[in-house]
Design a protein around this ligand. Structure first.
Ligand SMILES: Cc1ncc(COP(=O)(O)O)c(C=O)c1O
Length: 393
């Protein structure tokens, strides 16, 4: 289902100028309880205080040595040393996580091939369309868990007809469901990928919401990556736009990992080439923003602000999910994150019905996605009941 999320969000903004009861749950941007964007004054302050030389010049295409080291440290956290001891690692700056995804498709696939994704997912088909790729789906859920059987069966089918396969896993805080894989599920996914030794697998791990997870140790899953065998090239897609709540700034990175040194050398060469031939270079200001918050003293202050946000987002979600359960409104299994999906029979008509009642959300296969990250706690009070009665569920 291809809808224009930015357009729904614009409609919601236009409606909010006329009506005062508009609920804009259309887009994955964090708004604070007072409806201010991003929620982290420390980020706006840092952006405004960067000197000209950290904004105006062309940057290194890959972001430069400091950026690469900083983004790798950011994503691996305390596990960086252990991982670097076991695998070759390199990085390239990209304009948002989107840049990392688009370039991975361009580099590791040929037109006419298929990418391997779950049946419920973010809009990867937009990137696939551009790269002339098809979609090959596995089921995301079996009951309340990740469907490992479908993942294995469908991957077996695809690997029989295609040598090189890009596998996308969006975790933690899966968009649109808010599901987060357990460590066991993640490990089993790795074990399954390891079985396809006659294929060249590209494991595109889309961790756009890494910093918003409510796992006790958000980086623990990284420690399983070295278990991947040589036929798997791992690309981590990092979204600084999400982490820093600076959505328009376009900050991201592709981080490549493998036990095979040559694969990581090629990774770097190919992403730099792809960047030069498409977006040229990631904005200097974005690169420098990550460098700024990688300094110990700045990072500590940032993490405090981030903690405030993740706690709020979780409170909103818990409030929505518990009210939904009370009134019998069904959702996909939820753990944490920006979104949840309410299951409805006719998403394409149902989202329009909700919009007539000034509730703006996004239709998805099987339901309507609500971006709880952009609603205040007050907005959420009574919302599940309202949705249930509007849609006669
Ligand atoms: C699952 C997922 N991956 C990647 C992205 C891309 O993020 P960015 O804004 O950094 O391009 C998004 C943005 O909504 C997302 O939801």
């Amino acid at each position: 289902m291809s809808v224009d999320i930015l357009k729904i969000s614009k409609d919601a903004l236009a409606a909010s100028k006329i009506y005062d009861d508009v609920i804009n749950a259309s887009i994955g941007m964090f708004y604070d309880e007072d409806k201010s964007i991003g929620g982290m004054p420390i980020v706006s302050k840092a952006i405004r205080s960067l000197p000209d030389e950290k904004i105006l010049p062309y940057p290194a295409v890959d972001g430069g040595k400091d950026f690469k080291n900083n983004v790798i440290s950011w994503v691996f956290g305390k596990y960086e040393e252990t991982i670097r001891k076991q695998m070759f690692v390199d990085a390239c700056a990209t304009p948002g996580g989107s840049g990392a995804i688009a370039s991975t498709f361009a580099i590791y696939s040929k037109p006419g091939e298929s990418i391997f994704v779950s049946d419920i997912r973010w809009q990867y088909e937009r990137f696939a369309d551009r790269a002339k790729l098809n979609i090959f789906e596995h089921k995301l859920f079996k009951g309340d868990s990740f469907d490992l059987d479908s993942f294995k069966e469908r991957l077996t089918e695809l690997c029989a007809i295609q040598k090189q396969v890009i596998i996308i896993i969006n975790d933690p805080c899966h968009n649109p469901t808010g599901y987060t894989l357990s460590e066991q599920e993640f490990q089993q996914i790795i074990q399954i990928m390891n079985q396809f030794e006659h294929n060249d697998l590209v494991f595109l791990y889309d961790l756009a919401y890494l910093d918003f997870s409510h796992e006790e140790d958000k980086r623990k899953k990284m420690t399983y990556l070295p278990q991947l065998k040589n036929h798997v090239m791992t690309i981590l897609s990092f979204s600084g736009s999400k982490t820093f709540g600076a959505y328009g700034l376009r900050l991201g990175a592709a981080i490549g990992l493998s036990h095979v040194e040559e694969k990581v050398k090629q990774f770097h060469h190919k992403y730099v080439n792809e960047a030069r031939g498409s977006w040229s270079a990631t904005p200097t200001i974005s690169i420098e923003l990550l460098n700024h918050f990688s300094l110990k003293e700045n990072k500590e202050a940032f993490l405090k602000g981030l903690n405030h946000i993740t706690t709020l987002v979780q409170q909103r979600s818990v409030s929505f999910i518990s009210q939904a359960q009370e009134v019998g409104l069904k959702t996909h299994p939820f753990r944490s994150g920006f979104y949840t999906v309410v299951l409805t029979p006719n998403p394409e008509q149902d989202y329009l019905k909700l919009a007539e009642h000034h509730i703006y959300a996004v239709p998805m296969t099987g339901g309507i996605r609500l971006a709880l990250c952009s609603l205040s706690k007050q907005d959420i009070v009574g919302l599940p009941q309202k949705i249930k009665s509007i849609l006669h569920l």
